[in-house]
Design a protein around this ligand. Structure first.
Ligand SMILES: Cc1cc2nc3c(=O)[nH]c(=O)nc-3n(C[C@H](O)[C@H](O)[C@H](O)COP(=O)(O)OP(=O)(O)OC[C@H]3O[C@@H](n4cnc5c(N)ncnc54)[C@H](O)[C@@H]3O)c2cc1C
Length: 368
């Protein structure tokens, strides 16, 4: 008998397991495949700055809070496991080419109390802030430079979380999906896999894009959809790209060893994780147009992952309304790595009956 059983060992499930184990809970994590190999592995690891003090909406508070926690978690995980998760404040640029992109950027700039500037006025300073863009012929309307924008290397972060969980006695049941959730009198009493399962006091479902399927048997229609994102990996001289460059849904993310990630597409194609020639073509053109050093011969690998998208873009973080010992943390769409520490702390507060730092109402299951 465990205190808590968590379904799904992506960044959300692992972060919650770590946070609960740190607070003395006996935790077991059930994972269909190997831990941390789905969306959380596939992502880019961009951590945009956000300010919890100026945020009004609970989602923006969660962003601001998570941004603060990432620095603390990176340091704590490094001390506990010896793994450097690659958390760096490398700075990022946001570029707006179209009027729509300029409007979205204006809103983002206002939230952060920074100013977006006209592209013409920044061109002379490119040598200083983003020399990689100097060869770009593209004309942008506006640019936002955020010196605080950060990144982490998600495979390393997942490795650190797993090691930290193991050191705190978290158990694993991997290689088999949870096929059945057993219920008696409104309480969950067990999870079944093909060859066993787990029994716990509380259950948390963090199955990423698969969470809707998982909870359908209990009568919940969460409406979580898989949205495919394709990703490219380049290898260049480490000085060739220094900042994260964002334009609309696409971005370029330099690691500090010369690896550069370029993403990403947004495709509704079910649970298909293949790369396509269209997706790769779109991303290679985007990369080379912005940063000529990212030529096609520097491309070394591609992959795709399935983001868990909810119907209104907000994650589900809360209790299952008809099952008092059931909880869900899923649907973080494009921001699951970013929001993972805040989500884990909120979930720990909720599951342990502690006062919540945020109003969870907007994240509840069954919202309209
Ligand atoms: C290309 C791409 C780029 C991205 N870039 C970023 C980024 O820069 N920043 C950011 O914050 N986010 C980014 N994201 C989004 C982020 O990766 C996701 O929001 C996040 O990984 C979701 O984490 P998760 O733990 O909910 O899901 P997952 O990582 O998918 O984990 C869910 C786990 O549940 C398991 N599971 C499902 N069903 C069962 C079952 N029945 N039994 C047992 N186990 C089960 C799965 O096998 C899986 O391991 C990106 C995503 C993609 C695809």
């Amino acid at each position: 008998m465990y205190d808590v059983a968590i379904v799904g060992a992506g960044v959300i499930g692992l972060s919650i397991a770590y946070e609960l184990a740190r607070h003395g809970r006996q935790v077991v994590v059930l994972e269909r495949g190997a831990p941390g190999r789905e969306a959380s592995w596939a992502g880019a690891g961009i951590i945009p700055p956000a300010n919890p003090r100026t945020a009004i909406h609970a989602y923006d508070q969660l962003r601001g809070w998570s941004f603060q926690l990432h620095g603390e978690w990176a340091e704590r995980l490094r001390v506990e496991t010896g793994v450097d998760n690659g958390f760096r404040r490398c700075g990022g640029l946001y570029l707006a080419r179209t009027a729509g992109e300029a409007a979205a950027l204006a809103g983002f700039a206002e939230q952060l109390s920074v100013e977006q500037v006209r592209w013409e006025s920044v061109r002379d300073r490119l040598a200083e802030i983003a020399p990689e863009l100097r060869g770009s012929e593209t004309r942008f309307r506006y640019v936002l430079f955020l010196s605080d924008e950060a990144q982490l290397r998600n495979p390393r972060h997942l490795q650190a979380l797993q090691a930290a969980c193991a050191a705190r006695g978290v158990d694993w049941l991997t290689g088999q999906p949870v096929e059945q959730i057993e219920v008696q009198s409104g309480r969950i009493v067990g999870l079944r896999t093909a060859s066993g399962g787990a029994v716990a006091e509380q259950y948390c479902f963090a199955g990423g894009a698969w969470t809707g399927q998982l909870l359908r048997g209990l009568g919940y229609g969460l409406g979580i959809l898989p949205i495919r994102g394709q990703m490219l990996l380049y290898r260049v001289d480490p000085a060739a790209v220094t900042r994260i460059i964002n334009e609309g849904p696409r971005y370029i993310v330099p690691r500090d060893d010369g690896h550069v990630l370029v993403g990403s597409t947004e495709e509704e194609v079910g649970f298909d994780k293949s790369n396509t020639s269209e997706g790769i073509g779109e991303l290679t053109r985007f990369a080379e147009e912005l940063v000529p050093a990212l030529s096609r011969d520097r491309l070394i690998r591609s992959w795709a992952g399935l983001r868990p998208a909810s119907f209104d873009g907000l994650p589900y973080i809360g209790r299952l309304p008809d099952h008092e010992n059931g909880f869900v943390a899923a649907g973080h769409f494009r921001s699951g790595l970013y929001l993972s520490p805040g989500t884990a702390v909120m979930m720990r507060q909720l599951m342990l009956g502690q006062p919540s730092a945020l109003d969870l109402a907007v994240f509840r299951v069954g919202r309209g």
